[in-house]
Design a binder for this molecule. Structure first.
Ligand code: PLP
Length: 375
């Protein structure tokens, strides 16, 4: 591929000396679990999100699981409680909910935002609903006055899968004043998987929260359920953040504004090129979008993807099989209660175009021209 979908090594070239310095600092420190690198990353996450607590953890799925298990330990969630969630999310969101013994209640996305359709949430609320797990899919904040009203009226927990949207800003503040995605509600899960906007060189994640009790529960659960040395209040896990990854992610956060500016520039080129195109559907833009993915919808998606590959342009599909059609979810009754035609249709037509630091503005112009010609 002359224009790969995501070449991580190429995207890292500029930052390489800083990344090597960060990893070397840990390797020569003698502190290989926890310690100052993890604390520094947590402090930076708090500062940038206007939130009082952050807990570094092993990955994004564990961040989601620990939030839910933490609220179960605190008695705010109980087995069998319902969690409202967009039907078109990555499987991890659903796995965290079912793993905790909770019931995922899928709500269809809006074709205009590709995020949960907030007009449809109220109809999904039942007496067993305890939380909304909103997902800022592709980097677009999924939070508005309608969701805020439902959360407040029903006294729900607002949880966020912020794996794809670090640095995104919602257009209204969340429950605690800040408009930063991941800190809009009671707790947000972050992923630093290498392809995410702030990527580690392995697995890493974090929980950001406004709730001191949840922060303490997550920190204990992630460390064998231990609240102090050799004293275990929960039957916990080992889901700790690796300090090498913390140091690497710290470098990324220093560059995050530039990373986001570049992604937005590439997205802007695509948007301009596809504006009014008869065969390309683009979701509406959002000023706080961080473009983890730039996604178009095409009725001839598979053919378009193959023709782009023949022109040396790499693309990807996020996601071809939605959670309710995954084999592991065949027995999950709540995912099969209603048909999910909007989710199915997005899965059949979505195509992600290159948008990382390895795609230059000139590359993006070329890619945009070829996509517009072949679509
Ligand atoms: C990447 C991702 C996750 C999981 O993060 P990991 O760090 O890979 O465990 C969860 N939800 C969404 C929406 C993601 O994109």
């Amino acid at each position: 591929m002359r224009y790969p979908f995501a070449d991580l090594a190429a995207a890292d070239r500029q930052m390489l000396p800083e990344l090597i310095e960060a990893a070397t600092r840990v390797i020569t420190s003698g502190r290989y679990i926890g310690g100052p690198e993890c604390e520094a990353l947590e402090a930076e996450l708090c500062r940038m999100h206007g939130a009082p607590y952050a807990v570094g953890v092993s990955n994004g799925l564990d961040a989601l699981r620990l939030i839910l298990k933490g609220y179960m330990q605190l008695g705010r969630l109980n087995p069998g409680d319902e969690v409202i969630v967009p039907a078109n999310t990555y499987i991890a969101t659903i796995l965290a909910i079912t793993d905790a013994g909770l019931i995922p209640v899928p709500v269809e996305p809006s074709p205009d935002t590709l995020n949960i359709d907030t007009e449809l949430i109220e109809a999904a609320v039942t007496p067993r609903t305890r939380a909304i797990m909103t997902v800022h899919l592709y980097g677009r904040p999924a939070w508005d006055a309608r969701m805020a009203d439902i959360v407040r009226r029903h006294g729900l927990l607002l949880l966020e899968d912020n794996a794809q949207a670090i640095g995104a800003r919602a257009d209204i503040p969340g429950l605690f004043g800040t408009d930063m995605a991941g800190a809009l509600g009671h707790a947000g899960a972050f992923s630093f998987y290498p392809t995410k906007n702030a990527g580690a060189i392995g697995d890493a994640g974090a929980v950001v929260t406004h709730d001191p009790e949840l922060a303490a529960a997550v920190r204990a659960l992630a460390n064998y359920g231990s609240d102090r040395r050799y004293h275990n209040i929960y039957q916990g896990y080992n889901c700790r953040l690796d300090p090498i990854q913390a140091a690497i992610v710290g470098v990324r956060l220093r560059h995050l504004d530039d990373i986001t500016v570049h992604r937005r520039a590439v997205a802007g080129i695509y948007r301009e090129a596809f504006d009014g195109h008869p065969a390309i559907v683009m979701p509406a833009d959002h000023p706080g979008h961080v473009h983890h993915q730039f996604v178009i919808l095409s009725d001839r998606r598979d053919e378009l993807q193959a023709r782009l590959a023949a022109e040396g342009i790499g693309t990807d599909i996020h996601y071809a099989t939605p959670p309710h059609r995954q084999p592991c979810m065949a027995g999950c009754a709540s995912l099969h209660r209603h048909p999910l035609p909007v989710t199915d249709r997005i899965a059949d037509t979505c195509l992600s175009l290159p948008v990382t630091a390895a795609t230059s503005v000139d590359d993006a112009r070329h890619i945009a021209g070829v996509v517009a010609r072949l679509a």
